[in-house]
Design a protein around this ligand. Structure first.
Ligand code: AMP
Length: 289
């Protein structure tokens, strides 16, 4: 085990990029997954969001692509990352672009619920990394906008969630389109039965990695509960924000209606509030985020 990125066998352009981002030591999942993926092994990692899992798979894939440069070809993809939701896909894309900052590698991001045309144009040019949600990727594959036959690296991120969301057939259809892949990495918060099934069928002798949520990995969060009457809940929230002089607050509610009501109330109280939920258009949600 090393506590330096420079000792993991990554090229300078990659080490410099993460150093510029302020990363000092590799996280446990990175320490284990990076050497395994670099050596050509498949990986099955139990790791949650926040453990540094994006860099754990992206950095070795970038390194392997740099070691075997290949000109971009129309519709072709070198590394495919599947993610369950557009928010996660967008976050992965942003991270990978930062990790590729000192290279010529490019990324294309595709997900459903938005105009397909700009995505089609990007896919036709070919790309090094394609980050996609499964349904929209199959739409593009069906329209022959993308050719997955030469994908070398494939990552299933948040695999358990993706399979829970009913994407199992989409995922296996995509996997079946990719005969040439060299590395299959699967990252999952939990190794569910469905995740094991996919691993058994599609992975070759995977390196299994488990990142325990031990004290070291636990975020430093103080939790407490306040008991109030239903009718006083919203006012109590505003009072706490003011009294504690909280500047950046994230609030989760159990209904869309409550989300709307709380946001309006906080605005009336003179606080700068914005909300997102499933009925708000994607564009607006992104602006808020
Ligand atoms: P992820 O689990 O990939 O969603 O990453 C969680 C956050 O940790 C992201 O904001 C990353 O930029 C950050 N991160 C990833 N690896 C490291 C590292 N080795 N040191 C510091 N921050 C990191």
């Amino acid at each position: 085990m090393t506590n330096l990125f420079s000792e993991l066998g990554l090229p300078k352009a990659v080490v410099d990029a993460v150093t510029d981002l302020g990363y000092i030591t590799p996280t446990p999942v990175q320490q284990q997954a990076i050497p395994a993926l670099l050596s050509g092994r498949d990986v099955l990692a139990a790791a949650q969001t926040g453990t540094g899992k994006t860099a754990a798979f992206a950095l070795p894939v970038i390194s392997k692509m740099l070691a075997a440069p290949k000109a971009r070809a129309a519709k072709k993809v070198r590394a495919l990352v599947l993610a369950p939701t557009r928010e996660l896909a967008a976050q992965i894309d942003e991270n990978i672009r930062a990790y590729c900052a000192q290279t010529e590698l490019n990324t294309v991001l595709i997900f459903g619920g938005v105009n397909i045309r700009p995505q089609t144009e990007a896919l036709l040019k070919g790309c090094d990394f394609l980050i996609a949600t499964p349904g929209r990727l199959l739409d593009h594959a069906g329209q022959l906008n993308v050719d997955l036959s030469e994908v070398e690296f494939l990552i299933l991120d948040e695999a358990d969630r993706m399979l829970d969301m009913g994407f199992i057939h989409d995922v296996t259809r995509i996997l079946d389109k990719i005969p040439s892949r060299r590395n299959l990495g699967m990252l999952s918060a939990t190794i569910s039965r469905e995740v094991m099934d996919i691993s058994w069928v599609y992975q070759r002798d995977p390196e299994e990695i488990t990142v325990r949520a031990d004290e070291q990995n636990k975020p430093d969060i103080l939790q407490y509960a306040v008991t109030v009457e239903q009718t006083d809940k919203v006012a109590a929230m505003a009072r706490i924000i003011r009294q504690e002089k909280l500047e950046r607050v994230m609030v989760f509610c159990n209904t869309k209606g409550m989300v709307e009501r709380l946001t309006k109330y906080l605005e009336m109280e003179g606080l700068d509030a914005a909300c997102i939920h499933g009925d708000i258009p994607q564009k607006k949600r992104e602006q808020v985020m």
